[in-house]
Design a protein around this ligand. Sequence first.
Ligand SMILES: Nc1ncnc2c1ncn2[C@@H]1O[C@H](COP(=O)(O)OP(=O)(O)OP(=O)(O)O)[C@@H](O)[C@H]1O
Ligand SMILES: [Mg+2]
Length: 232
Amino acid sequence: MTESVFEADSIRVCYGESEVVGKLSLDAKQNEIVALMGLNGMGKTTVMKALIGLLPLRAGRLLLGGKDLTRAAPFERVANGLAYVPQGRMVFPTLTVEENIVSGLPASARGVPAEIYEFFPVLKEMRKRRAGNLSGGQQQQLAIGRALASNPRVLLLDEPTEGIQPSIIKEIAVQLKRIRDEKGLTILVSEQVLSFALAVADRVAVMVRGALVHQSPRADLEEASLGKLLAI
Ligand SMILES: Nc1ncnc2c1ncn2[C@@H]1O[C@H](COP(=O)(O)OP(=O)(O)OP(=O)(O)O)[C@@H](O)[C@H]1O
Ligand SMILES: [Mg+2]
């Protein structure tokens, strides 16, 4: 069995006294794309924020390449190969596309790595434009490009399709798989759009009220059965 690059073990996350994620375990292997599916309010963003270190873990462990990052600050997690694209993209609207990407580069880097513009040619075309003037889909591509600037091993993507038109959703699915193939990347992506998750994922995990109720390889799932699992 291939070893997990990324492993969250029995994590528990709370807001004050209210537990939103309880004893959730999730792992991903090198080159694997795992979709974390769940309807609104089920806890996807809470999991993502806890994994990157924006919310503390009340219990459980986080391992990256076997290294324990449970207590590491977000910047240390990034330095160890984790990258995060937040829900709503959060690009800097008044900075240019290029400046946004540069903001994700480590201090030692010189200029935008060519591969980012190869993966997303539209970003090269628009590199001098302010990010706030890009479409939602282009901003999502920018947010992914910026996250890739730190050359991560594991990419966390929180609802990348939210508010994006269907043709661009398909394009993003193709781009993510290409990036995974070329970089040997591991991707954990939270989603509600069934078609996108089924197009992109190797494995699907379904979350209901802060707990996983199902996990299986993509090949074992059909859209209708996944839809039913989400609504449990
Ligand atoms: N800062 C907060 N303080 C208290 N409760 C919160 C906070 N943020 C989220 N919650 C609650 O935690 C639960 C999970 O929210 P979360 O944002 O993780 O869900 P989600 O699956 O990402 O939903 P969506 O698909 O709408 O983005 C919800 O019940 C939400 O109301
Ligand atoms: Mg969310």
